[in-house]
Design a protein around this ligand. Structure first.
Ligand code: PEP
Length: 251
């Protein structure tokens, strides 16, 4: 997996109909897709099964969120094992919209990561500073250390981290490729301090925040950036296809 670029479509609370879900999936599959790109769709929970049944081998499935408990009396929650049994391979954990709009805490994110890893899914841990020009060293160190607290190196081989500056998400204001690259290197340094630099060198680190068909190539082709987490542009079929093809440029 590490040699492939990774493109994740985060559909958020969209689209509103199953017809539109199928239009997007079939539109992607109708393309000649690069084989050196891992294409992952993260639809709302209610569409996971539909996407799984229609996504072929070319597209992998991710959940946008997961409950932090294993099972039981947690009305409205979805467990990691349910996601695995529905055919997910990945789960986004700690997206800023969940942290800031739904009150998700560092402690919950740590519990969610542990649940996801326990059932054998790959977590995509989202981290990022709230304000432009914010202190990324302080913020990323705190978010990463608290998310990975108590997790052994033997349990995290599937971890992916997405650097997503909050001010760049859904705003049309993307980060600069240079700054995103320095944040990706910083993330590897922080993780390297916990688990060793050799391990951190292989950790996939993605960029997310207003990635578009125009700017995607500038982020994805950076050596230290392993791909992109794409929100609104992933709902525009032609844009998303261009982003996938940009990621496969070196094929
Ligand atoms: C996201 O949802 O993680 C995201 C980066 O959204 P957008 O691409 O719309 O900024």
């Amino acid at each position: 997996m590490n040699n492939k670029k990774i493109i994740i479509a985060n559909w958020k609370m969209n689209p509103q109909t199953t017809e539109e879900v199928l239009r997007l999936i079939k539109g992607i599959l109708a393309q000649r897709l690069p084989t050196n790109v891992e294409i992952i769709i993260a639809p709302p929970f209610v569409y996971l099964d539909l996407v799984k049944k229609n996504c072929g081998k070319e597209i992998k499935l991710a959940a946008q969120n997961v409950g932090w408990a294993e099972r039981g009396a947690y009305t409205g929650e979805i467990s990691a094992l349910m996601l695995k049994n529905t055919g997910c391979d990945y789960v986004i954990v700690g997206h800023s919209e969940r942290r800031h709009k739904m009150g998700e805490t560092d402690e919950m994110i740590n519990l969610k990561l542990k649940e996801v890893l326990k059932v054998g899914l790959a977590p995509v841990l989202a981290v990022g500073e709230k304000e432009q020009n914010g202190d990324i060293v302080k913020m990323l160190t705190q978010q990463i250390k608290s998310a990975l607290k108590g997790i052994n190196i033997s349990d995290i081989s599937r971890l992916i981290i997405a650097y997503e500056p909050v001010w760049a998400i859904g705003t049309g204001l993307s980060d600069t490729p240079d700054h995103a690259l320095s944040a990706a290197l910083l993330i590897r340094k922080i993780v390297g301090g916990l688990y060793g630099s050799q391990w951190a060198a292989d950790l996939p680190v993605l960029y997310g925040g207003s990635v578009s068909e125009v700017n995607a190539i500038d982020f994805i082709t950076q050596n230290g950036i392993s791909g992109a987490l794409v929100g609104s542009a992933s709902l525009e079929l032609s844009s998303f296809i261009k982003i996938i093809k940009a990621a496969g440029t070196n094929e």
